[in-house]
Structure formats: structure tokens, C-alpha cells
Design a protein around this ligand. Structure first.
Ligand code: MLC
Ligand code: AMP
Length: 519
């Protein structure tokens, strides 16, 4: 008798984590809605039935640009359940950015907000997309209308570890975004590692309650937070968008929170944050951007909790974590902890030679979470891996004698602003195309709220009327996602260059960081 192969579909593992009592609450939202585990089970089945009814070829991409909602979460899970590939897109992306993603990924289905249907459906159909549905925050739209009459059960599609589950676009140093292809095996192995490392508790063990405050179109909010909660059958207190007061209210009946450093900075500014407000919490996790020592220390003083900082990226999911269990060591502020089980991490010199403990160099990694490559970019993929199969993260750091990793910078020219990555090359390209502009440089400077923000320094074309800073920023707003817009713009006579003619961004950074302090 032949045995069926084990189904490596991530959905099967997440579904197995649901508690026995499917009537209990799985998600409670800040708009007053409650969803049971049964609702998640049936809602994902109906949406998977809709996707299946479209008879899409294997490997079809489902591109989704919608506001955060539990239905959007169900759409993600339904895509996995139906064995298709989920492609989430930041709601801040503007038409030109969306046109690129859709032309590049060629999704079979696009799901968007009703207000964007007009322009987005046009560009999707031109790119060959067969179906465009709408899904709004208030649960209206054609997606749910079409799914409503369909069956409330659906078998989990058979998938192997290496089959694609999701594509996450990350900006590129050259300005072209790349789609990181993640398999069911990548996502599940990482979820299981973090489940173990952070001591997620199932309902039988008293259960966890997660405050879910991040967007669900990036690795942090979509994978790290949601997979953790579902695998352990933990309830989520769901925020449509981050709000300090709501988060504080939730903390009094939750156990776990995940945020980018900006969220911690904003919470610390709230006088109500004290030990009593977080009395039921057991863990605060920070990641996606560097957590300042000052924030780490202030949080400890105000709440009595030591933030656990971890490090990862879209191409690898999570790579390192400070320990959760005290028997595994202390949580060291300023470090991102040690490599997770199964992750090999090394620091190398420019020539690729491994460096001894404590020395600073490029971080390279290998492990079960490392992606399958960039969508449709085999050459780019090959460039980012070493001959012995390590992925070059583009982050620069060192490892101490206990294995704790400290990130000291990046070899990639990237700004991390409020947890979002911004690539100066993309912004500079857009500025340089504006009338009257000869050239520009975008640099990151420290910011108390977002950690780092972009500043644009622009040189006018000789003989042209010098463009106004405000007009440059206004022009960018119509083409680029809002978080990419530099917070300030200066029009100058020339950019500082070294003997090789290369723009000295370090000088610009130093100069404009000072100007901010002087403001
Ligand atoms: C909003 N703005 C930003 C910004 N977010 N500017 C720079 N950087 C950001 N991150 C702009 C807005 O467009 C607005 O501009 C102005 O700043 C004020 O907006 P706001 O109302 O204060 O912003 P808010 O809606 O509160 O959003 C801030 C935020 C959000 C921090 C809550 O940015 C956020 O959710 N960040 C989390 C990102 C995240 O999940 N990253 C994980 C990536 S995964 P104007 O001019 O219009 O007024 C990853 C891998 C890993 O990195 O390791 O996890
Ligand atoms: P993304 O491409 O959006 O997944 O962002 C990944 C990048 O975020 C990494 O390459 C790092 O540069 C950065 N990052 C993630 N976590 C941390 C952290 N804890 N400290 C510093 N940088 C981080």
C-alpha cells in the first residue's frame, strides 16, 4: 500500500496549532470585532474555494495591496491553503511602484482596496492578470461577496518543503526591487524555531495573547508575529494601525508584543507606561531596525522588562535572537543575540575570508530560512551567494566570544526609517529625473521617532532655474510611497566628492545630522 507523502504546506502546520475549542476567540480587533478559530477555519476555506474555482496554474501569484484586516489575514492563509503564492504589497506604494511589482511578478490575481480599483485593475489587466478583486477594511468588496456562497471546508493543498509560499519584495541597491521567494519549508522551519526560542505557550500551557500592532505586508507582522500566534493557538489583540493608547490598554490583558523600535520610542513617551500597565506581559520583542541602548535601558527602568532584540530580513526570515529563557544567557542590549538553532552565521573581510571573534566585517548566513532566490533574477541571486552557499546579508557586524552578534552598519546603501527600508538610489533616480536637477544624494540622519530619516541634497542643472525644495518633495510624493519621502531637502551648489569623484555621503550625513540638532 503506498503512503501519502507528508504535507509540508505551512497552512497544515498552522491549522494543527489551533486550539481544540474552535469556538474560543482567535482575534479580537480594535474596531470591536471578534473572530473565533472556527471563523478562521471557515473563512480561509471559503476564500481557498474561491481561489481554486479560478483554476489557476500551479505557482500562480496572488498580489495583495489592502489595508490591514482579519479578512486580509484570512486571504493570506487561504492562499497557502490553496497551494498558491502570496505576494503582499505595502499600502503606501503609489501607481508607478505598483506598476513595477505587477509587471515583474505577473500575478494571476490582484486584490486591492475598492478606492484603487480603477487605476490598479487597468495596469493589472495590461500586465496579464486574469482577476482583480476588491477588499476593504469594512469587509465590503467583491472578494468576500464572491467567496460568501462557497463551501466552508477545503482540503489543504499538498505541497513540498521547497514549493513557493510567498514572494516578498525588497528594495534593491540599484533601485530595482527584488522579489524574495520563500518556500513553505523556509517559513515553517523559522516559525518552529521561534516558537521554541521564545517559549510560545499553547492553550494547555496557559496560552499566550499577542498584541498585533504591525502592518501585515512585511516579514515582521506577517510571518514572525502571526505564525507564532497561530502555531501556538494564541489569541491576537489586533490593531488596524499602531496607536499608543490602544497598545497600552491591550498590554493589561496580553502576554506578548512585537514592535519596531519606533513603537517602543512612542510608547515610552506615554506617561501611562509603567510596571502596572504591563503586569500580565511576559515578552517584548524588537526588530527590523537597530534598537538604541537608550530605549533598551529606558524600557527596563519603566517597565521592569528587558526587551528581546532579534535580527532578520526578508530573504532569510529570522537569523538571530537574544535569549528568552534566562538559563540560556542574558539579553544583551545593543546586540541582536546569537544565531538561532540551525543558522550558521559568519563575519567575513572584503576578500571573503572569515574573520576571528570580535572583528568587524560582512555578515553571511546559511540556514533553513534562507530563501530560494530572487524572482526572475537568477544572476542577481547568484551574486548574493558565496561559492559555499552563504547568503551575503549586506549587514556589517561582529560576533563576541559568547556568540552575540552586534550590527554596526550596512555595506548596502540603505536607510531604515521606522522599520521600513529606503534605498537612496531609488529616491535619487526619481529626483534626478525632475526638471532643472543635475544630481542629488540622499542620506540617512538620526531621528528620535523613526530612528533614521532621509535627507535629500540636490544640485541644480547649470543654466536652469534652481528647483525649490518644497516642489521637489511635492513631486516625489506623487510617485513614491510616503515613508520614502525625505523629511528635508536642500538645494546646494555642489556635492562633496573624493579624489575618485565619488560623492562623500559620510560628509553629507555629518553635516545634515548637525543641522537637524541645530533646528
Ligand atoms: C510613516 N511615515 C514615515 C514612516 N511611517 N516616514 C518615515 N518612515 C516611516 N516608517 C510618514 C508618513 O507618511 C507621514 O508623512 C509622517 O511620517 C507621519 O506619519 P505617522 O502618522 O506618524 O506614521 P504612522 O502611521 O504612525 O506610522 C509610523 C509607524 C509605521 C512606525 C507605525 O511606519 C510602521 O508601522 N512601521 C513598521 C514597519 C514594519 O513593520 N517593518 C517591518 C519590516 S520587516 P506625511 O508627510 O504624509 O505627514 C523587516 C525584517 C525584520 O524589516 O527583521 O523584521
Ligand atoms: P527587510 O529587507 O525589510 O527584511 O530588512 C532587513 C534589514 O533590516 C536587515 O538586513 C537589517 O539591515 C535590518 N534589521 C533587521 N533587524 C534588525 C535589528 N534588530 N537591528 C539592526 N538592523 C536590523
Amino acid at each position: 500500500m503506498s503512503k501519502l507523502p507528508i504535507n509540508a504546506n505551512l497552512f497544515a502546520a498552522l491549522r494543527a496549532g489551533f486550539p481544540a475549542d474552535l469556538q474560543s476567540v482567535a482575534v479580537e480587533t480594535d474596531s470591536g470585532l471578534c473572530y473565533s478559530w472556527q471563523d478562521l477555519e471557515e473563512g480561509t476555506a471559503m476564500l481557498a474555494n474561491l481561489l481554486e474555482s479560478l483554476e489557476l496554474p500551479t505557482g500562480s501569484r496572488i498580489a495583495v495591496q489592502v489595508e490591514k484586516s482579519v479578512e486580509a489575514l484570512m486571504l493570506y492563509l487561504a492562499t497557502l491553503r490553496a497551494g498558491l503564492v502570496y505576494l503582499p504589497l505595502n499600502t503606501a506604494y503609489q501607481a508607478a511602484e505598483m506598476a513595477y511589482f505587477i509587471a515583474d511578478a505577473q500575478p494571476a490575481v490582484v486584490v486591492c482596496s475598492g478606492r484603487n480599483f480603477g487605476w490598479l485593475s487597468k495596469l493589472a489587466f495590461v500586465a496579464g492578470t486574469s482577476y482583480v478583486f476588491t477588499l476593504n477594511e469594512d469587509r465590503s468588496g467583491s472578494l468576500l461577496e464572491r467567496a460568501a456562497p462557497l463551501g466552508r471546508s477545503h482540503p489543504v493543498a499538498q505541497r513540498s518543503c521547497d514549493d513557493l509560499a510567498a514572494i516578498i519584495y525588497t528594495s534593491g541597491t540599484t533601485g530595482r526591487s527584488k522579489g524574495a521567494m520563500l518556500s513553505h519549508g523556509n517559513l515553517l522551519s523559522n516559525a518552529q524555531l521561534l516558537h521554541q526560542a521564545w517559549g510560545w505557550r499553547s492553550a494547555q500551557e496557559g496560552g499566550d495573547v499577542l498584541v498585533h500592532a504591525l502592518p501585515i505586508f512585511h516579514v515582521h507582522g506577517l510571518f514572525v508575529a502571526i505564525h507564532g500566534a497561530l502555531l501556538s493557538g494564541s489569541k491576537m489583540l489586533w490593531m488596524g494601525r499602531f496607536d499608543v493608547r490602544t497598545a497600552l490598554n491591550y498590554f493589561s490583558r496580553a502576554t506578548l508584543f512585537m514592535g519596531v523600535p519606533t513603537l517602543y520610542v512612542r510608547l515610552l513617551a506615554e506617561p501611562g507606561l509603567n510596571r502596572n500597565a504591563v503586569r500580565s506581559m511576559r515578552l517584548f520583542v524588537s526588530g527590523s531596525a537597530p534598537l538604541l541602548m537608550e530605549t533598551f535601558a529606558d524600557w527596563q527602568e519603566r517597565t521592569g522588562h528587558t526587551i528581546l532584540e532579534r535580527y532578520g530580513m526578508s530573504e532569510t526570515i529570522m537569523l538571530t535572537s537574544n535569549p528568552y529563557f534566562s538559563k540560556e544567557g542574558e539579553r544583551k542590549g545593543g546586540t541582536v543575540g546569537r544565531a538561532l538553532a540551525g543558522v550558521q552565521l559568519r563575519v567575513v573581510a572584503d576578500d571573503g575570508q572569515a574573520l576571528p571573534t570580535g572583528e568587524v566585517g560582512g555578515i553571511e548566513v546559511k540556514g533553513p530560512g534562507v530563501f530560494q532566490g530572487y524572482w526572475n533574477m537568477p544572476e542577481k541571486t547568484a551574486e548574493e551567494f558565496t561559492a559555499d552557499g552563504f547568503f551575503k546579508t549586506g549587514d556589517v557586524g561582529r560576533v563576541d566570544a559568547q556568540g552575540y552578534v552586534t550590527i554596526v552598519g550596512r555595506s548596502k546603501d540603505m536607510i531604515i526609517s521606522g522599520g521600513y527600508n529606503v534605498y537612496p538610489a531609488e529616491i535619487e533616480g526619481t529626483i534626478n529625473a525632475l526638471p532643472g536637477v543635475a544630481e542629488s544624494a540622499v542620506v540617512g540622519v538620526p531621528d528620535t521617532d523613526f530612528g533614521e530619516v532621509g535627507v535629500a541634497v540636490v544640485v541644480a542643472r547649470a543654466g536652469a532655474v534652481a528647483p525649490e525644495s518644497a516642489a521637489i518633495l511635492a513631486a516625489l510624493r506623487s510617485t513614491l510611497a510616503n515613508f520614502k519621502i525625505p523629511k528635508r531637502c536642500y538645494v546646494v551648489a555642489e556635492l562633496p566628492r573624493n579624489a575618485m569623484g565619488k560623492v562623500q555621503k559620510n560628509l553629507l550625513r555629518a553635516q545634515y545630522a548637525k543641522e537637524q540638532v541645530a533646528r
